[in-house]
Structures are given as structure tokens and as C-alpha cells.
Design a protein around this ligand. Structure first.
Ligand SMILES: [Zn+2]
Length: 532
């Protein structure tokens, strides 16, 4: 009986960033009254009206995980602004580095001088660092964040509003053997651009395209995403939703569950039994005796994820490469496929999993060496461990240095599962070659997004505080959190434990420590949440 409860504790894992699973087609989120309220509030604070509207429409796109995930995608608006000396400038307000579209503020769309920014696309060669420096010099406010690496591309497009996303459905279509044909069939008026490394090279490529045909009706970039644009913000947004919905409808014609299920053990162990073994297999010795470098996990499962991880060919389609190139900076070129665990045979699973992790790491080192040599050397290898672990019969785990970090990887893994599943439903998913994925993973501009935050002493550790809802327990929970640990507060009083968790950011667990079954349940909940 107790075992059944353990399995039920964490049946579906955590929700993605928007609190929705990825099934079903997307809808327009446009709401005139919401737009009016937000715009008048910002304009009242002195924000340029175009920028206020752009903030609203950027958030709309950013709230849809099938379009944009964690720093991916970008938007812009061309407008006029006055500098500190009262001089009027034609500017591009474009998404700044480090901002997420779903929660963006006007400050996250820094203003850059438009004409000289657009002129950069005419320069024959420009190194990444020089592009970043040139864009910074053109900022109206020198304290603003770095403009997006796609700022030049936004500047050369001749429309006021430009929207760019990495739509799952569009990528499911472009990443096929006949991807270009599928896209041209579905969007005959749209300009299709072969894959080019984002940033300066992509701007140059689009500049050339515009010189030849100056009035494109939207752009689809193979293996990358989609740009819509218009002088009317609603038109640009609606076109994005309509085109992505058309792509979803095209995919709906395919098989919803394209994978043949493998033979799995008669009974899989619970998540709380598997997670600590995954966490253990990923731990590595550190310089400090008895203090291995650990990882925090974030578990996800759904009907779509189970169909994916339970597929007989999961080791093939899950390791062809990521769905979108920028995902490589978060989850490397692909995740690890674990062996299928059987209930009651956890030691066998643990040994097989450790072997899989070793193989994954060895292959990662080889991948780094061959591509680093190709790129001219001088790069420093990142740690070789996977950031996603697919477990047949169970689900998937995001792997990170913190719960937040692990959740980002799990969100991206869910998007990957969605893209590959839908692509396989109508044909065969084809990823970018590893050279292209490597170039993004080791791209200095992308690495800047992951700028190292200093780790605190208890980072990557999980702590349980009993009686943590008040007094000494609560003080201990606060201290552990402040030192970087992921903390679960156990207390018998549900209301107090919720309050304490709200205050500290810890996980609340109602538990009667005098009842062994209650303690056992609590431990399993923590294992489900953080991995162990
Ligand atoms: Zn992009």
C-alpha cells in the first residue's frame, strides 16, 4: 500500500514555465482592454507609446512556450526617442540580452540608433565581439542591456514591428528531409532562408535577400524559426499565431503517437525511487573529501513524454540533435537515454545507468575534441554530463545546478519531445549537423547568457528541515536557503508550513514526524521534487 502511495506522489512531474502542457493548438492571447491598461500605465510613467505596445505584444509571445522558451526569440519596434540633450533619434527598440519575453519590461527593449545599426549589415566581416561593441556604442542609454544579437536583422527589415520566435511547429516542419518543400507548400508567399549561424552572418544573408527582393512577406529560417513583421503590431502578432497554427494543423495530419512502444519491464519503479539513482549517477568527486559535485533534478511526464521515452527507437530519435540551435547552450546537443528500470531491480538499473553516463561523457569529450579542432582550438571544454535524462517507463529529468536551472532544462526537453514527436508524425526528424550545434554551444555570445554566477557553499545540495515552520527550524531553513541549498520544510501544521515556504522559497511538506509512513511519504515527495 505504501508503495502505491509513493508512485502517486509525483505522477506528472512539474509544470513548464507557463503552467501548461504542450498538447493542443495555440490560440491568440490578444486582449484590447489588457493592451489599453498596460499602455496607459506605461505612458503615464513617461514610456514611449510604441515601446509600451511592444512590451505588451512581446509578453503575449513570450507567454506561449510553444513559441519561445527561456531567453529565446526576440522582438523590436522602430520609433523616435529623445535623448538626454533633447535631440530626437530614429531608433530600434529591440529585446535586450538577459530578458525573457514573457516578463519583459520597457527597460528590456533598449533603444539603438536605427540607421547606423542597419548599416552594420553592409560591413563585409565583423567579429562577434566587435558586433556587440558596435551595438553598445549605438545605445541611446549607455547603461542599457546589450541589444539582441539579432538587432541588425531587425533593423534592416523595413517594418515597424518585427516578431521572431522559435515555434515548435515551424521547426517540426523545417527539420525534415523535405522541410523546405513542406514550408513552401504551406506558406507560398513566405521567404525561406537556409540555416545560417545566427548573429552577423544571418543579418548579412537577409541583407542580400532584401537587396534582391525588398518586400518579403515574412521569413522562415530553416532549422531555426520564423519572423513576422508589419507596421501594425496586431497584424504582426496575428500573422505569427496564424502561421504557427497553420503549421500545427499541418502536423495534426500526421500520426499523433508515431513511436512503436518497446517492451518494458512489467512494473516500473516510482519516480522517487528512480530519481535518487539518476542523481547519484550524475554526481562527481570534487576537491573536497566526501562532498561530491551534485545536481538537482526536475521531473516531467505526460502522455506525449511517455510515448517518446517508451519508444523502441528512443536511442535513435532522441540523440539526433536538438530541435532548435539555441537549446544547445542549455541541454547540450542531446540528452541521455537511460536503460529501462524494473521495480525490485534497482541495483541493476543503477549499474547500467552509471555505464550509460560514462559512455555519454566519453562521447561528449570526443565530440568536443573533433569540433574544437575544426573551430581552430583555443576553446575550454564544458563539463560533459547530460542536462536531460530520458527514462523509459518513467519520464524525463531536467538536470541543473539549482532547481530553477533544472526546470529550464526540463522545459527545453519538453519542447524537444514535442518537436521531434510531431516531426516524426509526418516524416523523419532531421537535426542540424553537430558542427552547427557545437558552434552555438561554444559561441562566445551564447555562453555570455550563462555567465557564471558564484556558487554558494550549499549550492546543488538538498536539505530537509523538520519542524521548519517556526522558531529554530525556520531560522535553519532560512540559513540553508541563503547558503544555496534546495530546502524542504517539514511540519505537521499545513497552514504554517505553507507560510514558511512562501517566506523562504522552500518546498512545503506536511509531515507528522512521529508517524513512520508520513516521514516516508515526505522523503519521497522531496525525492520527486529535487531528485533526492
Ligand atoms: Zn532566433
Amino acid at each position: 500500500m505504501a508503495r502505491m502511495k509513493m508512485n502517486d506522489i509525483c505522477p506528472t512531474g512539474h509544470e513548464n514555465q507557463s503552467g501548461t502542457h504542450l498538447e493542443g493548438n495555440m490560440q491568440s492571447r490578444w486582449d484590447d482592454s489588457e493592451l489599453r491598461a498596460l499602455t496607459s500605465s506605461y505612458v503615464g510613467k513617461g514610456v514611449n507609446e510604441d515601446l509600451a505596445i511592444r512590451t505588451y505584444t512581446t509578453r503575449l509571445l513570450g507567454r506561449e512556450p510553444r513559441l519561445v522558451l527561456h531567453g529565446g526569440g526576440n522582438t523590436s519596434v522602430k520609433t523616435r526617442m529623445v535623448d538626454a540633450l533633447g535631440v530626437v533619434h530614429e531608433v530600434l527598440c529591440v529585446k535586450g540580452s538577459g530578458w525573457d519575453m514573457g516578463t519583459i519590461e520597457p527597460a528590456g527593449l533598449p533603444a539603438v540608433e536605427l540607421a547606423p545599426l542597419a548599416a552594420l549589415a553592409r560591413i563585409p566581416r565583423l567579429r562577434d565581439v566587435d558586433l556587440v561593441a558596435a551595438q553598445r556604442r549605438l545605445l541611446l542609454d549607455s547603461g542599457a542591456p546589450n541589444p539582441s544579437i539579432e538587432a541588425v536583422l531587425h533593423a534592416i527589415l523595413p517594418h515597424k514591428h518585427v516578431d521572431h520566435t522559435h515555434s515548435n511547429a515551424i521547426i517540426s516542419l523545417t527539420n525534415q528531409e523535405n522541410g523546405e518543400e513542406l514550408i513552401r507548400d504551406l506558406f507560398p508567399d513566405t521567404t525561406v532562408i537556409p540555416y545560417v549561424m545566427p548573429g552577423f552572418f544571418l543579418s548579412q544573408r537577409i541583407r542580400k535577400e532584401l537587396d534582391e527582393s525588398p518586400a518579403p512577406k515574412h521569413l522562415i529560417l530553416m532549422c531555426h524559426g520564423i519572423f513576422t513583421f508589419s507596421d501594425d503590431p496586431r497584424q504582426s502578432y496575428d500573422d505569427m499565431i496564424h502561421m504557427c497554427t497553420a503549421a500545427e494543423n499541418r502536423l495534426d495530419a500526421g500520426a499523433p503517437r508515431p513511436f512503436v512502444r518497446t517492451r518494458l519491464p512489467a512494473r516500473a519503479p516510482g519516480v522517487s525511487e528512480v530519481a535518487p539513482l539518476v542523481r547519484g549517477a550524475l554526481a562527481r568527486p570534487s576537491d573536497v573529501e566526501g562532498r561530491p559535485v551534485r545536481w538537482i533534478l526536475d521531473f516531467r511526464t505526460s502522455e506525449q513524454i511517455r510515448a517518446f521515452v517508451d519508444g523502441a527507437d528512443v536511442s535513435d530519435y532522441a540523440t539526433r540533435g536538438n530541435a532548435a540551435p539555441d537549446h544547445s547552450i542549455r541541454i547540450k546537443r542531446f540528452g541521455l537515454v537511460a536503460p529501462a528500470p524494473a521495480s525490485g531491480e534497482l541495483e541493476v538499473f543503477a549499474a547500467a545507468l552509471s555505464a550509460s553516463v560514462r559512455t555519454y561523457c566519453n562521447e561528449y569529450v570526443a565530440y568536443f575534441e573533433r569540433n574544437s579542432a575544426r573551430a581552430g582550438g583555443g576553446l575550454t571544454q564544458l563539463d560533459p554530463l547530460p542536462r536531460v535524462v530520458y527514462v523509459p517507463g518513467v519520464g524525463l529529468f531536467g538536470v541543473g545546478k539549482s532547481a530553477k536551472d533544472a526546470a529550464v532544462c526540463a522545459d527545453i526537453a519538453e519542447a524537444t519531445v514535442d518537436v521531434i514527436s510531431r516531426a516524426e508524425g509526418i516524416g523523419t526528424f532531421v537535426a542540424l549537423p553537430e558542427e552547427d550545434l557545437f558552434d552555438i554551444e561554444y559561441w562566445s555570445l551564447e555562453q555570455a547568457k550563462l555567465a557564471k554566477s558564484l556558487e554558494r557553499p550549499l549550492h546543488r545540495q538538498v536539505a530537509i528541515v523538520t519542524g521548519g515552520a517556526g522558531g529554530l527550524g525556520l531560522a535553519t531553513a532560512r540559513l540553508l536557503k541563503s547558503e544555496g541549498a534546495e530546502v524542504a520544510i517539514l511540519d505537521i501544521d499545513a497552514e504554517r508550513v505553507d507560510l514558511a515556504a512562501f517566506e523562504t522559497g522552500a518546498m512545503p511538506v506536511v509531515c507528522d514526524v512521529t508517524a513512520p509512513s508520513s516521514v516516508e511519504d515526505a522523503i519521497h515527495q522531496v525525492a520527486c521534487r529535487f531528485g533526492g
